[in-house]
Design a protein around this ligand. Structure first.
Ligand code: CP
Ligand code: NVA
Length: 309
C-alpha cells in the first residue's frame, strides 16, 4: 500500500529510529508539563491480542486517549477470527473503520499477513520473532539514563527470544555493542543476526554471542534479561528452567559488570528465575522507568504511523 507505514520489525524503523526517539522524548516532556498534545484527534486504533498483555495494551490504549484518539481492545475469541474469518478479510474490514491496527500474535507470519491486506498501518505488539515496540522504549530509557546510546555495551543474558532479536537489531541501528550471553542452542534468530551484522558495520559496533553469563556482562553498561519461557513455549518450561538457571541475573553476576551498569527487564519478571528480587528491586534496576516509557515511546510510534509528524 503506497504511503502506508507498518512497524512489524525493528528493520522497519532503521532509518527513522533516532527521529522516533527524539519525538518520544519531546512527547514525554510535554506530558510531564501537563501540555495537551492531541494530534490524533478523531483517529481510532484496533488492538487485537492473541496473548496476554499488561504494558502493551495499557500503554497503547492510554496513549491513544492522551493523543486525542480512541483505542478498541478486541479479543480474537470475540471477533469472527475465532470462528474462522480469515486474517486477510479481517484486515480489509478493519481498514474501513480504523486508522491503525495493533496485533499481538503467536506467529510472525500472522502479523505479516495482516499487514499485507490492511490499508492502514499495522503495529507488531509482539510475536514469536520480534517485539519492536519494547525495544524503541528500551533505547529511550537507556538514552535517558546514560545520556547516549552509541558506543555503550548492552549485555543480554538469557533466552535469545523475540525481545533479544529486536534488541540485536535496535543496538546495531544506534551503534551500541551487543553481547548476548545465552545457552548453546538458544541464540538469536540466525536470519536476524545476518540482517544486523551489515548494519553494525555501518554504525561501527560489535555483535557477540557467548555462552558464559560472566563473560557477557564484563564490559556491560546495560545488563538486560527477559523471561526464560516466553508465551507459547509453556511446554518447554521444565527443561528451560533447568538449562537457564546459570544465566540468572543475581547480585553476584552484577558484580562482574561495570559499577555504573543499569539493569533492565521488559517485564513481566519471574522473580527468583531470570532475575532475583535483590536485583530487580536494587539500586541499579531501571525496570519501572522502562515500563513507564512504554507509554511515551508508544505515543511517538502512534504519531509517526497514524499522524503527520
Ligand atoms: N513488556 C511487555 O510487552 O509487557 P506486556 O506483555 O505486559 O504487554
Ligand atoms: N519474551 C516474552 C516477552 C513478554 C513481554 C514473551 O514473548 O512472552
Amino acid at each position: 500500500m503506497p504511503g502506508k507505514r507498518d512497524l512489524l520489525s525493528m528493520l522497519d524503523v532503521e532509518k527513522d529510529l533516532i527521529g522516533i526517539l527524539e519525538l518520544a522524548a519531546s512527547i514525554k516532556n510535554r506530558t510531564k508539563a501537563g501540555e495537551p498534545y492531541e494530534p490524533l484527534r478523531g483517529k481510532s486504533l484496533a488492538m487485537i491480542f492473541e496473548k496476554s498483555s499488561t504494558r502493551t495494551r495499557v500503554s497503547f490504549e492510554v496513549g491513544m486517549t492522551q493523543l486525542g484518539g480512541h483505542a478498541l481492545f478486541l479479543s480474537p475469541n470475540d471477533l469472527q477470527i475465532g470462528r474462522g474469518e480469515t486474517i486477510a478479510d479481517t484486515a480489509r474490514v478493519l481498514s474501513r473503520y480504523v486508522d491503525g491496527i495493533l496485533y499481538r500474535a503467536y506467529k510472525n507470519e500472522t502479523v505479516r499477513e495482516l499487514a499485507r491486506h490492511a490499508t492502514v498501518p499495522v503495529i507488531n505488539g509482539l510475536d514469536d520473532r520480534e517485539h519492536p515496540c519494547q525495544i524503541i522504549t528500551d533505547l529511550l530509557t537507556i538514552q535517558e539514563h546514560r545520556g547516549t546510546l552509541k558506543g555503550l555495551t548492552l549485555a543480554y543474558v538469557g533466552d535469545g527470544n523475540n525481545v533479544c532479536n529486536s534488541l540485536l537489531l535496535g543496538c546495531a541501528e544506534v551503534g551500541m555493542h551487543m553481547l548476548a550471553g545465552v545457552p548453546k542452542g538458544y541464540e538469536q534468530d540466525p536470519r536476524l543476526l545476518s540482517e544486523a551484522r551489515p548494519i553494525s558495520m555501518v554504525t561501527e559496533c560489535s555483535i557477540e554471542v557467548v555462552h558464559d553469563p560472566v563473560e557477557a556482562v564484563r564490559k556491560a553498561d546495560v545488563v538486560y534479561t527477559d523471561v526464560w519461557v516466553s508465551m507459547g513455549m509453556e511446554k518447554e518450561r521444565e527443561e528451560r528452567e533447568r538449562i537457564f538457571l546459570p544465566f540468572q541475573i543475581t547480585g553476584k553476576l552484577l558484580e562482574a559488570a561495570k559499577d555504573e551498569a543499569v539493569v533492565m527487564h521488559c517485564l513481566p519478571a519471574h522473580r527468583g528465575l531470570e532475575i532475583t528480587d535483590q536485583v530487580v528491586d536494587g539500586p541499579q534496576s531501571i525496570v519501572f522507568d522502562e515500563a513507564e516509557n512504554r507509554l511515551h515511546a508508544q505515543k511517538a510510534v502512534l504519531v509517526r504511523l497514524l499522524g503527520r509528524e
